[in-house]
Design a protein around this ligand. Structure first.
Ligand code: NAD
Length: 281
C-alpha cells in the first residue's frame, strides 16, 4: 500500500489566495505586528517569511525589530503600544526570546483579541472550553490538512505525540472539539507504538527525528508529521516518511506538509482578529 501524500504547500497556497481575495473584497485592511528580538538567523528567516506572505495577502506590516539586549520592561512597553494601536489587529512575538527575557510574561501581555498565535492563557482557556477564539497556528493547519484530504475526524481514534503548549496540547483540544477520541502521548509514555497503533489519525510533534516508523502506524491511518529537523542529509520530520508511506493511508511530507500551513493559519487568524475586533467597535 502506498499512502496518499498530503501536499501542504498546495493547500497553504490555496488558503493564502483565499485570504488575499477576502481582504481585497472587504473594507478591512488588517494589520499584523511581528516582534523580533535580536539577530537569531532562523527567527529572522521565519519572521521575514511571515511578513512577506502577509503583505502579499494585503495585510499591513507593523514590524518591530528590537536589539538582543532589550530589557523586559522595554519589550513589554512595545507590546502595550501594539495592544493600544488601532491599526494593529494581530501581534506575534517570535519565539524563542533571548534567555534574559521571560517569554511567558511577554506572551501574557498580548491582548487576547490580538493573540494571532493563540498562545495566551485566555486563548488556551477559550480553546479548552470550546469557545470562539484565536487558535494556535500549527495545530489549526493540521486540522485544515485533515479536512482537505477528506479524513473523517468525528468518532475517529486520534493519537497526538507531544504535549507542548505550542502544538501537542492545542492539537488534542482541536481534535476533541471535532469529536475525535483523543489520546496524548509524551516522553514518559510506555510502549509508544502500542498506543500509536490504535490511531486512525496520528499527529506527531515530539521533536525527535524519525521517532515514528512503520511499527507505530495502523494500516490506513492518516499520519501528520509536525516535526522538522535539519540533518546532514537535509530536512526530515518526526516520522520516517518512506516507512510510513508503506503502511499509512495518508501522510504529510517534510518539508512541504505542516510547515507551510502554519503561516497560512497566521494570515487567517489575522483576518479573523480584524473582523472580530471591528465587530466590537
Ligand atoms: P517541544 O520540545 O516543546 O515538545 C515535545 C513534546 O514531545 C513534549 O511534550 C515531550 O514530552 C514529547 N516527547 C519528546 N520525546 C518523546 C518521545 N520519545 N516519545 C513521546 N513523546 C515525546 O516541541 P514542540 O514545540 O511541540 O515541537 C515539536 C516538533 O515540531 C519540533 O520538531 C518542532 O521543530 C516542530 N514544529 C514545527 C512547526 C511547523 O510549523 N512545522 C511548528 C512548531 C513546531
Amino acid at each position: 500500500m502506498s499512502a496518499t501524500v498530503i501536499d501542504g504547500k498546495e493547500l497553504a497556497g490555496i488558503l493564502r489566495r483565499e485570504v488575499a481575495e477576502h481582504v481585497a473584497a472587504s473594507a478591512i485592511a488588517p494589520g499584523l505586528a511581528t516582534v523580533l528580538v535580536g539577530d537569531d538567523p532562523a527567527s529572522g528567516i521565519y519572521v521575514a517569511s511571515k511578513r512577506k506572505l502577509s503583505v502579499a495577502a494585503g495585510i499591513r506590516d507593523h514590524h518591530r525589530h528590537l536589539p538582543s539586549d532589550v530589557t523586559h520592561d522595554e519589550l513589554e512597553r512595545v507590546v502595550d503600544e501594539l495592544n493600544a494601536d488601532a491599526e494593529v489587529d494581530g501581534i506575534l512575538v517570535q519565539l524563542p526570546l533571548p534567555a534574559h527575557l521571560d517569554a511567558a510574561a511577554v506572551i501574557a501581555r498580548i491582548h487576547p483579541d490580538k493573540d494571532v498565535d493563540g498562545l495566551t492563557e485566555v486563548s488556551a482557556g477559550r480553546l479548552a472550553l470550546n469557545r470562539p477564539g484565536l487558535r494556535p497556528c500549527t495545530p489549526s493547519g493540521v486540522m485544515r490538512l485533515l479536512d482537505w484530504a477528506g479524513v473523517d475526524i468525528k468518532g475517529a481514534r486520534a493519537v497526538v505525540v507531544g504535549r507542548s503548549d505550542l502544538v501537542g496540547r492545542p492539537q488534542a483540544q482541536l481534535l476533541l472539539a471535532r469529536d475525535a477520541t483523543v489520546t496524548v502521548c509524551h516522553r514518559y509514555t510506555t510502549d509508544l507504538a502500542a498506543v500509536t497503533r490504535t490511531a486512525d489519525i496520528l499527529v506527531v510533534a515530539a521533536g525527535v527525528p524519525r521517532l515514528v516508523g512503520a511499527e507505530h502506524i495502523k494500516p490506513g491511518a492518516a499520519v501528520i508529521d509536525v516535526g522538522i529537523h535539519r540533518t546532514d542529509e537535509g530536512l526530515c520530520g518526526d516520522v520516517d516518511f518512506d516507512a510510513a508511506r508503506q503502511v499509512a493511508g495518508y501522510v504529510t511530507p517534510v518539508p512541504g506538509g505542516v510547515g507551510p500551513m502554519t503561516i497560512a493559519s497566521l494570515l487567517q487568524n489575522t483576518v479573523t482578529a480584524a473582523e472580530l475586533r471591528r465587530s466590537r467597535l
